[in-house]
Every structure is written in structure tokens, then in C-alpha cells.
Design a protein. Structure first.
Length: 155
């Protein structure tokens, strides 16, 4: 055994994709659609409205896996809206991430293939000339940002 990354991406890659992730995504999508669709009209909490705005931003910029992301967000939003236990856990998770210095992990993954919104400056590690040209075009159109968390002041 090696690191989790090696285990999932190298040693068991196809098994994880075919036997774990595919059925899990299918189940999440199927079950999430049984939850009511949350909107600002049928929810009451400010944090829920913020989650809805962030979900809309993500879904509007995503070009892949939108169905499973939408399903996961629906579950998160609905559960936090109606169950204070999950709201508490979600708040604690976010608060603890920020208190411990969490920053976006920009690993050079070619996210621009899947994301229409602004990206951090270090995402281009592209060997495909066509995709590299697309990256450079986005850079030239000022579609990049230096630090996505620079606006947050952590106490």
C-alpha cells in the first residue's frame, strides 16, 4: 500500500471508477432527487440562501459532473435547512477549516477544462497544444485570480 492518492489513482484506479464511484454517483443522484428542490422561496435561513447562491455559481460554471454535484448540493442544502444537527456540523467543518489555515489546493490540475469561471494562476500544466492555447486565451482575457481567499479575514 502507498498513499491514498497512489491507491486510488494507480493501484485501484479502474476498480474505484467502475465499482465504487460510478454506483455511488448513480445512487446519490437517484436519492437526492427525492429531496424537495430548495429555493429562496421555500427556505428561511440566511445561510441556506448563501448556500443556494454558491450552488448556483458552481453549477453555472461547471462543465462536467453537474448532475452529481447538483445532487450533493441539494442534499447538503436541504439537510442543513431542516436539521440543526447537520447545520451545526457543516458550520463547525467550515469554521475549523478556516481557523486551521485552510487554503485552496491549486495543484496544477487542468480545471479550466471543466470550469467556466475565474481560476487561480497556477492551474496550467497542459501538454495538449489546443488546451494550452485555450488556457492562454483565458489568461489574456483576465479570467484568472491570484488568491481566491484573499478577501477572508480569519480571527
Amino acid at each position: 500500500m502507498g498513499t491514498l492518492i497512489k491507491e486510488m489513482l494507480f493501484y485501484q484506479r479502474q476498480y474505484i471508477i467502475d465499482k465504487v464511484k460510478a454506483p455511488l454517483m448513480k445512487a446519490i443522484i437517484h436519492l437526492a432527487m427525492r429531496f424537495p428542490k430548495p429555493t429562496k422561496d421555500n427556505t428561511v435561513f440566511k445561510n441556506t440562501h448563501i448556500r443556494l447562491e454558491v450552488a448556483e455559481y458552481i453549477l453555472n460554471n461547471l462543465t462536467a459532473r453537474g448532475d452529481v454535484v447538483e445532487a450533493g448540493l441539494r442534499i447538503l442544502i436541504d439537510e442543513c435547512e431542516h436539521d440543526g444537527f447537520y447545520e451545526f456540523l457543516h458550520d463547525t467543518y467550515i469554521t475549523e477549516l478556516l481557523k486551521r489555515g485552510w487554503q485552496p489546493n491549486e495543484r496544477g490540475f487542468p480545471m479550466y477544462r471543466y470550469w467556466k469561471g475565474k481560476l487561480g494562476t497556477d492551474y496550467c500544466m497542459e501538454s495538449n497544444p489546443k488546451m494550452f492555447a485555450a488556457w492562454m486565451e483565458r489568461r489574456d482575457k483576465n479570467a484568472l485570480i491570484e488568491n481566491r481567499l484573499s478577501f477572508i479575514a480569519i480571527k
